[in-house]
Design a protein around this ligand. Sequence first.
Ligand SMILES: [Fe+2]
Length: 342
Amino acid sequence: MLFRAIAVTALFLSSLQVLAAAEVNVLSSRQEFLLRPFLERFEKDTNIKVNVAYLKKGLLERLQQQPGAVDLVLTVDIAHLTKMSDAGLFQPHGSSVIVQNVPVQFRDVQGRWTALTTRARIIYHSLKRVKPEEIPTYEALADAKWQGRICIRSGYHNYNVALISSMLEHHGTDATRNWLKGLKANLARKPQGNDRGQVKAIYEGLCDLSVGNTYYMGKMLTNPDQQAWAASVGILFPNQEGRGTHMNVSGGAIAAKARNRAEAVKLLEFLTGKHAQYLYAEVNHEYPVKSGVGLSSIVRGFGSQQPGIKNGTFHQDSLDLTRIGARRNEAIRLLDEVNFDQ
Ligand SMILES: [Fe+2]
């Protein structure tokens, strides 16, 4: 009897250990305030402990140096996802849940990464000096009419490289080179600063147009020091009549050497599900990838001055992100050729 009691206790303890051992190690370039709202829910729902290492830059190097330490990677931009994937640092998730939740243009068909939120790269225009109808497309940024009126961050920043890559995919090399030359000729100053810095420059009257990501509007609107910048501009979703506005992503992937693969897949599935999708998108003013998930009230207001845009809904370019990633080197070569930042 005593022996049986000991055996049962031992069994109970060992099963507790198994439960306690369920964990997943995340390497994230996304900040803690973005992940916190839904990671707690995941831990509660699944009993899987989530350990997160936050790292602003150098995820690829970290994965190479400590391969077994990471199960799931969370990052932004197609360039980062493609680079790590090409370096063999990801493995296919093999999940039909993810395939169902994420539209095909926003995930690797082999399952090595998936987008989790999307952001549009749009044109910010001075509400005072430019009507949205005046600048309907990215292509129009090269029109001589805008000479000395455009501000932009470095052409080599990943966000701009992806936009140029999409131009390459749609128009080919020669047309994209000419477009870059035209855009450069229209700049009010050398490329510099970040996306919000360009909006500040519009507010200060240095320029009338800039190129930037949508969520920065949300960040400025919720930052008392930047609300005046936000109030001076409107969001213009380019190419609504044609192919749609260029999109980029934040994403996630299963590390090639994941020790807790099953738990990592579960977390990635959770991140593409309805609950996490709303929270993940809302907290950084982004768009959910899963269809049918609502937009936050701030995001619904984006583009409200633009004819045809209602409740923040706009026509998105459905170009496959994998093809954008593949054009990266060519885009950088063109930037060199036209001396874009000089
Ligand atoms: Fe950003």
